[in-house]
Design a binder for this molecule. Sequence first.
Ligand SMILES: *Cc1c(COP(=O)(O)O)cnc(C)c1O
Length: 223
Amino acid sequence: MYDVKGNLRQVLADLPEGVRLVAISKYHPNEYIEAAYQEGQRIFGESHEQELRLKVESLPKDIRWHFIGHLQTNKVKYIAPYITMIEAVDSLKLLKEIDKQAAKCGRVIDVLLELHIAEEETKYGLTPVACIQLLEDGEWRALQHVRICGLMMMASNVDDEQQIRSEFRVAKQLFDECKERFFSDEPSFCERSWGMSHDYKIAVEEGSTMVRIGTTIFGPRVY
Ligand SMILES: *Cc1c(COP(=O)(O)O)cnc(C)c1O
């Protein structure tokens, strides 16, 4: 088996105080998650509803699951009862659906707004302008069962460190603007979820509070 425990320890040693690890376990078997769990890891991220459901049923109940993938509105009801955080909210429609399903469960679900800053066209997310518009529009304020806790983004998948760094900086600036304009009296708006296996060290330097790391811990995914 891949040295999950050793890799995890190494990643954790790289993270400064105040930066949390979401171990991205999609496509990896339960035994890998259990190995990380035995090392004390409690936050895991998945991107497919069905895979997540199977894992939730069979793994320890004190794991906190983050949904990190693109979430279709018709899938929200399945994860609403247990999900800790939905990281990739990129429309008001999705936000409202999460609110509705969370209300049915008597819960408040933490979410992040997903930004699209990378050049790649295939990625989901709100452009900075669309993000500000969504918040300016103000409809989200009426939603009692979601709590917007910050922003999430993926940098371009390139080798150019300067480009990656500048994308993280754009995200950080936008976070600061959102914080000041819409959440200045909400301490819970504090999360900047950026940094993956290939760029988490840069992300941490650029103000990430939450890194999402899969491959470096669990090895290559078998699809
Ligand atoms: C898969 C995935 C990750 C983890 O990527 P690695 O390169 O394996 O670390 C992080 N964030 C999102 C949104 C993902 O889909």
